[in-house]
Write a protein that binds this ligand. Structure first.
Ligand code: MN
Length: 298
């Protein structure tokens, strides 16, 4: 493999946009944005809640397809029920990881279960699959336990990849890392980083100072690459996600729930889903309609 071009260190503040998910759940989307489309292979960062789901339907995202990606779901509060075309029916709760690998095609739904905690709060991130994996078989994995490491006052959980000498069991297809960081007391810490990765930080609860930049929910800080450590100061109760990865080298285009290499490929995926192509399978048991792919403007 040719030498990787790792970008220099920068501090780029990126405002998340306000969007809505499924039947009107407000979310903050930090990737993709006008300023930045990728951090390593991470291509989509959604932060939902905290929202009171005691009234109304809670989260309701009807059956929809994916290609070309892995989804990473991680909760701070509440519960979400995942159903997919492989027949997996899996609740996820705080501290657990759902990893869905679309391969050449999968479909799934996500909903708040009838019996549920009052609050819902979490993230769903997407990771691009490289050519070597994107035409493979779909898969779904639930990890009830993940490695945890205490480091200079930071309670770190390794979601994907490796950090602080601990390895996530999640099977990834491109060099990538993601760590949940929780601060119980005040912390002033130096987190080691892989200088061959580019990184970004998303604060999800409270506020934190990252390399001197004060961050709160709704703001992504892109850090560039070539860093061997990250200075992090935060007060009690703050929470953030550090993501990183080797710069992704293949062309990436996205439309709706599809990640591909070209616009024609996206058009084909929309048509196939809307015509009921068998490659996406069927989601059973969701009480509601499947979502239609919006026709791309090109
Ligand atoms: Mn989805």
């Amino acid at each position: 493999m040719a030498a990787i071009q790792v970008p220099p260190p920068v501090l780029q503040r990126i405002d998340a946009s306000s969007q809505s998910l499924g039947e009107g759940m407000p979310i903050r989307r930090a990737l993709p944005t006008r300023e930045r489309r990728l951090v390593g292979p991470w291509c989509f960062l959604d932060h939902f809640g905290p929202v009171d789901v005691t009234r109304g339907p809670g989260m309701r995202v009807g059956p929809h397809p994916h290609i070309g990606l892995q989804t990473v779901t991680w909760l701070y509060e509440g519960e979400v029920l995942h159903r997919d075309s492989l027949g997996c029916v899996q609740p996820i709760r705080p501290g657990q990881l759902n990893l869905m690998t679309s391969g050449q095609g999968i479909s799934h739904s996500e909903e708040s279960p009838a019996q549920r905690p009052a609050m819902l709060h979490g993230v769903q991130f997407w990771i691009v699959l490289p050519d070597s994996a994107r035409n493979g078989a779909p898969a779904f994995d639930h990890y009830a336990e993940l490695p945890r490491v205490e480091h200079q006052g930071l309670q770190c959980t390794v979601l994907v990849g490796s950090a602080l000498g601990a390895d996530s069991p999640a099977r990834m297809r491109w060099p990538v890392m993601g760590v949940d960081v929780r601060i119980e007391g005040a912390a002033d810490a130096l987190l080691p980083l892989d200088p061959d990765f580019e990184h970004a930080v998303l604060v999800t609860i409270g506020s934190a100072q990252v390399e001197g930049e004060t961050l709160e929910p709704g703001m992504l800080l892109y850090l560039g690459g070539q860093r061997s450590g990250l200075r992090l100061r935060a007060g009690a109760g703050a929470r953030l996600v550090l993501i990183g990865g080797r710069p992704f080298e293949e062309p990436v285009v996205m439309w709706w729930n599809f990640v591909a290499r070209s616009k024609p490929e996206l058009s084909v995926a929309c048509r196939e889903w809307n015509q009921g192509d068998a490659k996406f399978g069927e989601v059973e048991g969701y009480d509601g309609a499947r979502l239609a792919a919006p026709v791309p403007p090109w």
